[in-house]
Design a protein around this ligand. Sequence first.
Ligand code: LIP
Length: 262
Amino acid sequence: MNDISLNHLLDVAICAAEAAGTHAYENKDRRKETSETFQHDVKLVLDVESQRKAEAIIASEFPTHGILGEEDATPNLSTPYEWVIDPIDGTMNFSHGFEYWCSSVAVRQNQKVIAGCVFAPDFNAYYTAHIEQEAKLNGSPIRVADTASLQNAMVVTGLSKEMEGSREPHLEMFRMLALNTKKVRINGAAALDLCRVADGTCDGFFETGIYLWDYAAAGLIAEQAGAVMATYPRKCDLHGATVLCSNEHLIEGLRAVYTKCI
Ligand code: LIP
C-alpha cells in the first residue's frame, strides 16, 4: 500500500475536526441533552452526533481506515491507518456553556501519530501539525515558551474523570506544583491545554488518567512546536495515561515531581 501524503491526511483531519466542532457549536442550545451522567463526567447526545460528522468526512475519503473515537471504536486491523477522534474535548465545559472546549482529530500510522488538528470553535482557533511540518495556529507557526524554571512557570492541568479519592497522585502533584510554580491553572479541556503549551501561553501541562483521544492530536502539535511529551506508562497505552508536557527546560522538573507523587 502506498503511503498517503501527510498534507492530504492533515487536510482531512482539519475537515473532520471542523465538522465535529461546527456541529456541536451550531447545536449548543442542545448542550444539556445528556445520554449518561457520572460523578465526574457527562455524556452528551451531541458527543455521538459530532463524532459521526467527523467519521463521515474520514470515511468518504478513506473508507478502509480504522476509527478510534471517544464515543466508540471501529478498529480495522487490515489498514495501518487509524483515526483518533475526540468530538468534544471539555464536554463538561461545553455542557455548562463555558467556551473552553474543542474537537480533536489525529491520524496514526502503525500506531504513531503523524498528523492532527485541534479546533476550538468559540475561539475560531485551528491548531494543526504533521510530523514533517511545524505546528501552526490558523496557518501561522507557533512555538513553546522559553521559560527556564518551574518557579517562573504557569502550568495547566485538568481533573480526571478517573480520580480515585484523596490518595490520587494527581492531587499531590497539584499541591506540589501549586507551591513550587508561579501558578497552576485548571481550564477543563486537555487537548486545548496542550495546544496552549504549544503556542507558548502556558509553560507546562500535567494530568493523570487521560485517554489517547484527549492528547493524540494535541501532543503532536505540542511536539512540533518544540515541546517534550512524557507519557506514562506507555505512549500508545489507550487507558489512563499520565501526560506531562513542557519545553525542554521544564520537563525534568515535571518528571521529578511526578516521580515523587506516585
Ligand atoms: C476531558 C478532558 C479534561 C480532563 C478529563 C476528560 P472529555 O475530556 O479533556 O481536561 O480533565 O479527564 O478527559 O471527556 O471532555 O472529552
